[in-house]
Design a protein around this ligand. Structure first.
Ligand code: GLY
Length: 329
């Protein structure tokens, strides 16, 4: 499996320490009493591409970066990877063969930023962060977001890869007048959501996606919506959601997971209860996937999904591994 091992992490920390000014590994992991505190820091993100994303986030944490820097750097990895067909560059286009991206970010101070329906910029997560930090707005979308990205200095690029274009041509050529809006689009829900807790006990989260494949032009999912695709309460915990965005929006999914933790549920129980809400709302009939990942203030983590097949990447204690979640149905 890709990703770092305890040995490579320790080697890296020693090298960074030798470079000067960085947090030594014993302090990075030190709890209040100076001993090793299991579970802190921790980075958790969705799907297989979460492994490389966790590596990047962990590198930021281990070199003294903030938890907000860590989640931004983490999700930038699948955003830039043309092999990931559900996020950023290489993401599958909408029905008009245009790649439109959604993202949001939230930090320990409760500040947050978001962008949606944005074309031509590889890192919507960084646009979301600039919205959060450079403006007093939360969300800037569409042409306004593209103009904002240009003004803050980001470079416009063509994000449609040849592989994604061919997938669109195949989808388009298979359409008939009897098809509804999303033939073939349902399986493309591999959004990256990431939540992290640093050694100081601060939480942050990020979520970024190209959304449903072949969606109606202009459709925005849950990923850029604070409280739906991702939510952070620095006193309680953080959660993020991949999967069918409409179901997550209708239940304020990530906010609900965090509120469940506030009421005393473990992260896994909190995820499960939020999925039961979706299940109930759909009269017990679900033909789509939603997964949740969560971390609480103590560094306990949990994940759950509606149906089988959801995996998440967990980095802690010098390991980074892909784990299959439990599922409702
Ligand atoms: N969760 C991603 C989307 O529905 O767009």
């Amino acid at each position: 499996m890709a990703g770092f091992t305890r040995r490579t992490f320790l080697k890296m920390s020693a090298a960074l320490g030798a470079a000067g000014g960085l947090i030594p590994v014993d302090r990075l992991f030190a709890g209040p009493a100076g001993g090793i505190e299991k579970g802190a820091p921790v980075v958790i993100s969705t799907w297989k591409h979460g492994i490389a994303a966790n590596d990047a986030a962990w590198n930021v944490l281990s070199s003294g970066g903030t938890v907000l820097d860590a989640v931004e750097a983490g999700v930038q990895v699948p955003e830039a990877d043309p092999g990931v067909r559900s996020v950023g560059y290489g993401g599958l286009p909408d029905e008009a063969c245009r790649v439109t991206l959604d993202a949001c970010i939230m930090g320990p101070d409760g500040n947050c930023g978001s962008t949606a329906f944005v074309e031509g910029y590889k890192h919507p997560i960084s646009i979301a962060r600039r919205v959060m930090e450079d403006t007093d707005h939360v969300m800037i979308v569409g042409l306004g977001a593209e103009e904002f990205a240009r003004r803050v200095g980001y470079k416009r690029e063509d994000l449609l890869t040849e592989e994604a274009r061919k997938a669109w041509v195949k989808w388009k050529s298979g359409l008939s007048s009897r098809d509804d809006w999303f033939p073939g689009g349902e399986k493309n829900h591999d959004t990256i959501g990431m939540v992290a807790l640093d050694a100081a006990g601060d939480l942050a989260g990020a979520c970024t996606t190209s959304g449903l494949a072949f969606k109606i032009h202009g459709r925005v999912g849950d990923s850029p919506i604070i409280g739906a695709g991702m939510y952070v309460d620095n006193g309680v915990g953080a959660a993020a959601a991949p999967g069918r965005g409409e179901a997550v929006i209708k239940t304020c999914g990530s906010f609900l997971v965090v509120e469940n933790m506030r009421r005393g549920m473990s992260p896994e129980k909190a995820c499960r209860a939020a999925l039961e809400r979706i299940f109930e709302n759909h009269g017990g009939k679900v033909d789509f996937q939603v997964g949740y990942i969560a971390v609480n203030k103590k560094g306990e983590i949990g994940a759950f999904s509606l149906t089988e097949g959801f995996s998440y990447a967990l980095a802690r204690d010098g390991t980074n591994e892909l784990i299959e979640s439990g599922h409702l149905r």
